[in-house]
Design a protein around this ligand. Structure first.
Ligand code: CMC
Length: 386
């Protein structure tokens, strides 16, 4: 007998247009191209703030007073060092797994070293969140360091989150430009409302699994090229294009072949992604870079941006997103492509933890429905009669 006994419901493919919760953490204004963390635009945060203050803002709902910020910075700095077991797992996976798989494994592993893992009070979750945020950055830096043939660099607690990240990655202090780029990248990737990975985090947490499980789920969801993985994929595309003069032919042929151009389009933004605008300011400074690679990538990125906007901007609402310009800018800061998405994950831990704690205040298990289109009540056939 064929199923489909019930009338076919309205199915929202990809959950488009479905509201899953109330939240005061983040407003994405898709029509005007605005992004606000707890009411503050990312432009004003990039101009005036730093990642540690943004972490406090996201977790606690307001900007910290001086003493509170000092305390948040202290806890983040003191949590940076990685357990030996985590470092050896990173070494073990090096060269065998994509860095995003290593981040997912290493963050999951951190739970074994956290004595508060089973304490689900809000206070304990707040403390665990800071440890996750701090150590995920150390994990990503260590993955990059070990992949480049280096050894684990012990953190320097006198440095800011962004500076220490680059120090653990490269074994030396960053230049002022590298530091500016890193700080802005950490800020603009920290939060983005109920995107796929945040929703994945919330689904895991809604079962009352602990915060490490929830964040690990978020990392798994972030990996794909339709979400966080688009930054690495966009850079690969630019390398495939090879030369700025090839951009037009490449993009035209790709679109004619119905291929998606990574780093463009968004479910919510039907205007220029404000995060891409922040990154583009760096790109514009790099057009005369002394590095041939950066100059070439910058040329390709700017030409591709113009072409895509002409073809699909106003007409289809497909604009550059946060992942498009990230590649050339990260390369200018000396960061390898394999850790672009892991950096996104390290930054987004702040948003994932904030959402998880907010959702737990009124937790309800996520359990959507599927409309069944298969058969029912079939006669069971023994294996020798099939
Ligand atoms: N290049 C070419 N065409 C596109 C693109 C693109 N990047 N994005 C969407 N389209 C077209 C798509 O082919 C489809 O056309 P048609 O209606 O003719 O079949 C139409 O636009 C709708 O696309 P969709 O995939 O159904 O739309 P969505 O709302 O599900 O997509 C998206 C959002 C981000 C998955 C999509 O734009 C995409 O795949 N972009 C490329 C990957 C990417 O850059 N992802 C990063 C998103 S921002 C970072 C983050 O927060 O994750």
């Amino acid at each position: 007998m064929i199923g489909m006994a019930d009338a076919k419901p309205q199915i929202s493919s990809g959950l488009e247009g479905v509201y899953i919760a109330e939240s005061s953490i983040c407003r994405v204004d898709g029509q005007a191209g605005g992004l606000y963390y707890r009411g503050y635009s990312i432009d004003s945060l990039c101009k005036n703030s730093d990642y540690e203050e943004v972490v406090h803002l996201l977790l606690h709902g307001r900007l910290p007073k001086a003493q509170e910020l000092a305390e948040t910075k202290k806890v983040l700095a003191e949590s940076r060092n990685l357990p030996e077991g985590v470092v050896s797992t990173i070494k073990h996976m090096n060269g065998k797994a994509h860095p995003m798989d290593t981040v997912r494994t290493a963050v999951s592993m951190l739970s074994a070293y956290d004595p508060e893992v089973a304490d689900s009070s809000n206070e304990a979750n707040m403390r665990k969140s800071l440890r996750i945020i701090s150590r995920t950055a150390s994990i990503v830096a260590t993955i990059g360091r070990i992949a480049a043939g280096g050894e684990y660099v012990a953190p320097d607690n006198s440095m800011s989150h962004s500076e220490n990240f680059l120090y653990m990655l490269n074994g030396k202090k960053p230049t002022p430009q590298q530091l500016d780029i890193m700080r802005d990248m950490f800020i603009i990737h920290a939060e983005h409302s109920s995107n796929a990975s945040t929703f994945g985090t919330m689904v895991a947490g809604s079962t009352l699994a602990d915060i490490y499980s929830a964040v690990t789920a978020g990392i798994a969801v972030l990996k794909g090229p339709l979400h966080g993985g688009a930054d690495e994929a966009a850079l690969h595309m630019m390398n495939e294009i090879g030369d700025p003069d090839n951009t037009e032919v490449y993009i035209t042929e790709a679109l004619a072949g119905k291929k998606k151009i990574m780093g463009f389009g968004h479910r919510v933004y039907k205007a220029y992604d404000p995060r891409a605008k922040v990154i583009k300011t760096y790109l514009l400074q790099m057009q005369d870079s002394s590095s041939e690679e950066v100059k070439r990538l910058t040329g390709i990125a700017l030409r591709a941006e113009k072409l895509m906007i002409d073809k699909l901007g106003q007409s289809h609402g497909i604009w550059p997103n946060v992942d498009f310009f990230a590649g050339p800018v990260y390369r200018a800061a000396g960061i390898p492509a394999e850790i672009f998405t892991p950096i996104f994950a390290a930054s987004r831990t702040a948003g994932w933890c904030a959402h998880m704690m907010e959702y737990w205040e009124n937790n309800r298990l996520f359990r959507p429905l599927e409309y069944y289109t298969g058969a029912i009540d079939l006669q069971y056939v023994p294996i020798d009669k099939r």
